[in-house]
Design a protein around this ligand. Structure first.
Ligand SMILES: [Zn+2]
Length: 381
């Protein structure tokens, strides 16, 4: 359930409390957090407030509740989006569609207001500057979220890569294929001949196209693990097609690396050269996507705006940074691997069991050797 939502009228992301203050023109006294009765505004809220992810309307206020006889808040105030018949109004692909009553914030959302890390703090200052310099506003942040949501949901695909298929693609990617070696039975006469290594070399010879296909997109184990989890959860279901994001992802990464190198700000412990290997810090990536979005995805226009941002004076009001941003490329790497695994599987004519294939090749080589050995004996060599 979203803790914040977007008000069309106020053109910004608000939590229930902030909305209540604005509607009733009252501020809480002495820091006391209470939410006035908003039932008079119920229709207005339904029509004005939008889900920050999918943009659907139909918001209701869910008031906070406390544990009986205590002051402990067991449920924070939040928005619930319902349709005319009282059902879930979110788009089925919305990150809040399956969210329960807990206040879970989806991983794809970045709270720039929460100064959790150095990475977020540096970007937060830039967000404040950007709003003060009118380079973007909260409505642009909201518009970008909707734009990405519509782009992804307009192209969907059904996940056909099972976790086993993902494993197979990962094994092919990890398979050592640089060094090539052709087997000849005479080699096996060596006293310590390595049959396992011979089987691997032979596997390379027989599956070279497949291996090259699997090595096209190189990722680390964490992304493979995430891809496996996603395939397990979404197998045979329809999902967003994140591959449509590729040109936007590549541009955002390029901007991230350029800004990382040329801004005098340290955004991350990772060197900017490594950002392109899916190592870019998420808050900076989200800001770069936003800068490109307000620059019609023109890299140099975005760089010009970044220069203006970096040269602007310190922001007067840090509360501007209270923006919930979107990392539009959340899980992008993992989804890309799922697509890759699907392609690899379609080209696999001999099954997807790596270990079994190596064993079968080894036994074939041993047979070849045995035949060769018997002919050698027969001809008396
Ligand atoms: Zn939604």
């Amino acid at each position: 359930m979203p803790a914040t939502a977007f008000s069309q009228y106020y053109a910004r992301e608000l939590d229930v409390e902030q909305l209540a203050w604005l509607l009733t023109h009252t501020q809480p006294v002495g820091g006391q957090q209470s939410i006035p009765d908003l039932s008079a505004w119920a229709d207005w809220i339904r029509a004005d407030i939008q889900c920050s992810s999918c943009g659907k309307r139909g918001a209701q206020i869910v008031r906070p509740s406390k544990a009986r006889g205590t002051k402990t808040v067991v449920r924070q105030a939040h928005f619930r989006f319902t349709d005319q018949s009282g059902g879930n109004a979110h788009h089925p692909f919305c990150e809040f569609y399956t969210a329960d009553e807990t206040m879970r914030q989806p991983d794809s959302l970045i709270n720039f207001g929460a100064e959790k890390s150095v990475e977020t703090r540096a970007v937060r200052t830039l967000i404040c500057k950007g709003i003060e310099q009118k380079i973007f506003d909260q409505a642009a942040v909201r518009a970008m979220r909707q734009w990405f949501f519509d782009l992804k949901s307009s192209t969907r695909f059904t996940v056909t890569a099972s976790p086993q298929i993902v494993d197979w693609a990962q094994q092919l990617q990890r398979h050592p294929s640089y060094h090539r070696w052709e087997f000849h039975p005479a080699q096996a006469d060596m006293p310590a001949f390595d049959w396992k290594a011979a089987a691997k070399f032979q596997f390379t010879e027989e599956n070279l196209t497949l291996i090259e296909c699997a090595k096209r997109v190189v990722h680390d184990d964490a992304h493979w693990k995430r891809a496996r989890d996603l395939s397990e959860r979404h197998f045979a279901h329809e999902v967003f097609d994140t591959t449509v994001l590729q040109p936007f992802y590549d541009k955002s990464l390029a901007l991230c690396a350029f800004v990382g190198k040329n801004s005098k700000i340290s955004f991350s412990k990772t060197r900017p050269e490594y950002f392109r290997f899916n190592q870019a810090p998420a808050p900076l990536l989200a800001l770069c996507a936003l800068m490109l979005f307000v620059s019609d995805w023109d890299l140099n226009v975005a760089i010009g705006k970044f220069a203006k941002l970096l040269n602007a004076p310190e922001p007067a009001d840090f509360s501007h940074g209270n923006v919930i941003g979107l990392n539009p490329f959340h899980d992008y790497a993992a989804w890309r691997l799922i697509t890759l695994a699907t392609e690899v599987e379609a080209k696999s004519s001999a099954g997807i069991d790596y270990a079994a294939q190596l064993l079968s090749i080894e036994s074939r080589l041993r047979q070849n050797y045995a035949i060769w050995k018997s002919t050698q004996a027969a001809t008396g060599v």
